[in-house]
Design a protein around this ligand. Structure first.
Ligand code: 1GP
Length: 253
């Protein structure tokens, strides 16, 4: 499994993975239980839990609910040190390398380090790259950073390469939740070619065609949140698509 027992991860596995983003602000107990049941049925690989701004006090309860009803690993997707929750299995330790705000490059990490050291959480050092997909996102505003230009794959590739040279073990290209358009195939391919690290892609994936474009371009993990909240049936569609890639991989082994 991509995020288990592979630290430090040296090679991509070739296998495609599906992460469902659960935003505590957008879930109640009933909707969460419904997504948990669907995720178990359709073999989702990971839950990412978090958001750029969490206004409810819901995160702890959502993670507790997941742990009570599911064995799918819970990976925190935090926007700051307040979002660390020891009930989870792991955390994307995000360094916002598309931006130039030291608080999100290293500041929050210094605050978090002793808390994480004392926890049992698996730590996944991740180069987080926000991409401008047409309108300002909560993540861009809250972090006070300029996202990568949409049509400049070379900047994204060099950013990822620098992040990997600095020791980051995963790359996350994010257009922001509910993005009007997903990250381009050209940018995903450029980043995948530049680094050995597994590449996570999310933001605005709301059709299987868009998911396929990201996977074909080389994404190792695709993340879907917004559209599954609106249309839980989409979870099964993406899961089936991912399975079709992995079946083909197994056949060719
Ligand atoms: C956002 O990558 C995630 O940080 C997922 O985006 O909610 O648009 O699927 P969506």
């Amino acid at each position: 499994m991509l995020f288990k027992n592979l630290r430090p991860l040296k090679h991509k596995t070739g296998r495609k993975h599906f992460a469902v983003l659960l935003d505590p602000d957008n879930l109640n107990e009933a909707s969460c239980l419904n997504l948990l049941s669907l995720s178990e049925t359709h073999q989702v690989d990971f839950f990412f839990v978090g958001g750029s701004l969490i206004t409810s006090q819901n995160q702890t309860g959502i993670i507790r609910l997941i742990k009570e009803h599911s064995d799918i690993p819970v990976i925190l997707f935090p926007s700051n040190s307040l979002h660390i929750d020891k009930q989870a299995d792991g955390i994307l330790l995000l360094s916002l390398i598309s931006g130039r705000n030291p608080e999100y490059l290293i500041g929050q990490h210094v605050i978090s380090a002793p808390i994480l050291k004392a926890s049992q959480l698996d730590i996944y050092p991740t180069g987080y790259m926000l991409v401008d997909t047409g309108r300002q996102t909560t993540a861009s505003y809250m972090s006070g950073t300029t996202p990568l230009p949409y049509d400049k794959p070379a900047i994204a590739a060099c950013t990822a390469l620098a992040g990997e040279m600095l020791g980051l073990q995963y790359m996350y290209l994010d257009g922001g939740s509910g993005a009007q358009q997903p990250i381009s195939a050209e940018m995903i391919a450029a980043v995948c070619e530049a680094v050995e690290a597994p590449v996570i892609v999310g933001g605005g994936i709301d059709t299987t065609a868009k998911a396929k474009i990201a996977l074909d371009a080389g994404a190792d993990v695709i993340v879907v949140g917004n559209h599954i909240e609106k249309n839980p049936g989409f979870l099964a569609e993406v899961s089936n698509l991912i399975a079709s890639y992995n079946v083909a991989l197994d056949v060719h082994r």
